[in-house]
Design a protein around this ligand. Structure first.
Ligand SMILES: NC(=O)c1ccc[n+]([C@@H]2O[C@H](COP(=O)([O-])OP(=O)(O)OC[C@H]3O[C@@H](n4cnc5c(N)ncnc54)[C@H](OP(=O)(O)O)[C@@H]3O)[C@@H](O)[C@H]2O)c1
Length: 319
């Protein structure tokens, strides 16, 4: 569909009521799940800081074994030692730079070969970059870390997860998907024709995640595997540290002061991964644990299938 046709299509679909609902939901806390999750396995990306760190600890505190996918060996060693010592569960790590396709395939293959079921798979790793960066594969970095890595891992794990007959995938998305207000530029994912900004690239990557969920959800239909995306709240983490001094100063002195603790995100990710109340819910977007309607560009089925094909092409995968 032509660009201006898309603009009018989305424009008509936007509803003020959804924005007010989001604002209301932003003020609410998560639902709490008190069930245990003993001897289950959760796999989580980016567990070395922020939301991932608190989430790994939350699951471990309820008896789950943890496999984290991180890029830093020393931080991973420290994390696993801490979790084993504090909770007496198993904690392993796989090292992968999730902006690098080779590393992404490697971890996906390692996970494919797991003999035990992966009960919950959480795609959490992320970066926020005010300046455009390209990966060694020549792709825009934010898009790869937030979206393409989760797409490839989900895609390559589809058969394994279906064969388990039960698994939950949760993608840590963001209300920031709304920054891609008029949709994603499928023909310009590297921002060569459009002006790059941190908010726009972030919005695009998070919108892409939501679009991929539409197609994955169809693929997982009646398989016992669910896939959902959640906004983890506006919480104080290490995000943005890769950016320049001015950005970091502004974040520390202004933004951070308004943010909540990432413990609320961990609480929500535990609820969505474990609670029986959401056992059969799939293909949904949650603000913490409250179901919410995503922005129109993130609900566009036609673009979702185009993106699916484009992602297979970028990743060098075949149906
Ligand atoms: N904080 C918020 O308010 C907020 C709001 C909405 C959505 N989110 C989402 O929440 C998720 C977690 O972010 P956070 O706020 O907890 O930020 P964070 O503290 O910066 O944590 C990000 C995690 O991702 C890892 N990571 C970054 N780039 C990576 C790469 N190339 N390969 C592998 N791992 C990588 C980091 O590893 P290192 O420790 O090695 O850096 C870290 O473990 C992100 O998807 C973010 O978009 C956050």
């Amino acid at each position: 569909m032509k660009k201006n046709k898309k603009f009018f299509k989305y424009f008509k679909e936007y509803q003020w009521a959804n924005i007010f609902t989001m604002i209301k939901n932003n003020r609410s806390g998560p639902k709490i799940c008190n069930e245990d999750f003993k001897n289950k396995l959760i796999v989580i990306t980016g567990a070395t800081s922020g939301i991932g760190y608190y989430t790994a600890r939350k699951y471990a505190a309820h008896g789950a074994n943890i496999v984290c996918i991180n890029r830093n060996i020393q931080k991973s060693e420290d994390l696993c030692r801490e979790i084993v010592s504090d909770f007496g569960v198993k904690c392993d790590y796989l090292i992968a730079d999730l902006s690098n396709l080779k590393d992404i395939y490697q971890v996906a293959e390692q996970l494919q070969n797991y003999k035990t079921p992966i009960d919950v798979l959480i795609h959490n790793a992320g970066v926020y970059l005010t300046k455009k960066e390209l990966t060694p594969d020549g792709l825009e970095k934010v898009f790869v870390v937030h979206y393409l890595s989760s797409f490839i891992i989900n895609y390559l794990l589809m058969d394994k997860l279906k064969s388990q007959q039960k698994a939950r995938i949760i993608m840590v998305g963001s209300e920031g998907h709304r920054f891609a207000a008029w949709g994603i530029h499928l023909d310009d994912l590297n921002w060569e024709k459009h002006r790059y900004s941190g908010l726009k690239s972030y919005g695009t990557a998070k919108t892409a995640q939501l679009l991929s969920m539409i197609v994955f959800n169809e693929n997982f239909k009646n398989s016992g595997v669910t896939i959902n995306t959640m906004h983890p709240g506006a919480v104080k983490t290490e995000t943005g540290q890769e950016n320049g001094r001015v950005y970091r100063w502004f974040k520390k002195n202004f933004i951070d002061k308004t943010l909540k603790s990432p413990e609320i995100s961990a609480e929500a990710l535990y609820y969505l991964g474990v609670s029986e109340e959401v056992e059969n819910l799939s293909g949904k977007f949650f603000n913490l644990t409250t179901e919410e309607e995503a922005a129109p560009p993130a609900l566009d089925r036609e673009v979702a299938f185009d993106l699916w094909n484009k992602s297979l092409e970028l990743a060098g995968l075949h149906e």
